[in-house]
Ligand binder design. Structure first.
Ligand code: ZN
Ligand code: ZN
Length: 371
């Protein structure tokens, strides 16, 4: 095995450098992952432009790879062997706190960089911290005892596996948070990798009406949404979509609205509130807006709307997402449109951000490509 590992390190806002790291020692309860694919999402675009904390950081928080070397305690605790392909969640919980104890380690202080400067989370933690290789934009990643692994089924290629994070978010947000199920009517706003994954989750769960919105630029994505099972697509740039959406639901409105526009301002939330059904609809939002002037609280209470916040995924959602990928029931591989090597991290992130590239949906970083 190599003595050194190459990694793309974010050294300043919008700046990446390839650096060489010594291979970390593998303790009896730890392991080393040979990274095959690191998915890139909108969060990377934001964190790349405006790092939330001090660099250097190896980004990459949606990681799949092969266990290269592991200690005996690690193998025993995780039920894995060297050579197994696994999906590694980005959360690294403490397993002592109340959240970890009920399986909600995504809320654990040990992995929450917002409140804990010493938090461990793949793609977020400084490469100055012990273990050093804390992100997937690298040939290898360090796995401590408390890494969370999921075995990747044999029929799922690494690149298809790159979809597991948006799909597990889709399952968590639509099904668990939104309560989408048999006969539900759902509006998904935004046909990016996240919105398209929600289409699949809702279809699999039995939703009877799935509508997805996009803009005039989203033609290819909206076509893919139809192929994945959406019933209607609506271009929000072609006039006010309210009437169109009301007509599609026969005037009833939607049971659930999922905002996957990430950064489109207040408009999707206001639209969502308006087109939810008359009473007790659910609106799922992402935390992009620091403030919301003139938020229509009155409408919200009159319609008895429940707002849920999108907050990552659970262990079960990841397992369900992997099973969904393994079933090959939906053409999800069509989401995997672009892949780049380690030296092109900057380009890859800009492609996700819409600055470059045509028809970009999901972008994979393949650390061993072009080497
Ligand atoms: Zn992500
Ligand atoms: Zn904890």
């Amino acid at each position: 095995m190599a003595e050194k590992a190459l990694a793309a390190v974010r050294v300043a806002p919008g700046t990446t450098e390839i650096r060489e790291f010594p291979m970390p020692d593998v303790p009896g309860d730890g392991a080393l992952l040979r990274v095959e694919v690191a998915g890139i999402c909108g969060t990377d675009v934001k964190m790349y432009a405006k790092p939330p904390f001090a660099d250097p950081v190896i980004m990459g928080h949606e990681n799949i790879g092969i266990i290269e070397r592991s200690g005996p305690t690690f193998r025993e605790r995780h039920g894995v062997e060297d050579g197994d392909r696994v999906f590694v969640e980005h959360y690294v919980g403490c397993y002592k706190c109340e959240w970890c104890r009920i399986g909600q380690y995504r809320h654990c202080e040990n992995t929450d960089w917002r409140t804990n400067p010493d938090a461990r989370r793949y793609g977020y933690t400084s490469s100055d911290k012990p273990g050093r290789l804390w992100g997937g934009f690298a040939q290898y990643m360090y796995l401590p005892w408390n890494a969370v692994l999921h075995r990747v089924p044999g029929t799922v290629t690494a690149e298809l596996g790159g979809i597991v994070t948006p799909l597990s978010n889709g399952i968590e947000w639509a099904l668990v948070d939104g309560g989408v199920g048999y006969d539900s009517t759902v509006l998904i706003q935004g046909p990016g990798q996240q919105g398209l994954s929600q289409v699949v989750a809702c279809k699999q769960a039995g939703a009877s009406l799935i509508v997805i919105t996009g803009t005039a630029r989203d033609k290819a994505r909206l076509d893919l949404a139809l192929a994945l099972g959406a019933d209607h697509v609506v271009d929000v740039t072609a006039g006010d979509p309210r009437e169109q959406l009301r007509n599609i639901t026969g005037g009833k409105g939607f049971d659930v609205v999922l905002d996957c526009t990430a950064g489109a301002g207040t408009a999707p939330v206001l639209l969502g509130i308006d087109v939810l059904k008359r009473r007790e609809g659910t609106l799922l939002i992402q935390g992009e807006l620091a403030a919301f002037p003139d938020f229509p609280v009155k409408k919200l209470t009159e319609k008895a709307i429940t707002i849920k916040s999108a907050r990552g995924h659970s262990f079960r959602s990841c397992e369900l997402a992997l099973a969904q990928l393994a079933s090959h029931r939906f053409p999800l591989d069509e989401l995997a449109t672009h892949a780049y090597g380690l030296s092109d991290v900057d380009t890859a992130i800009r492609a996700v951000g819409g600055e470059i590239g045509e028809g970009v949906i999901h972008v994979s970083l393949l650390p061993w490509r072009d080497l």
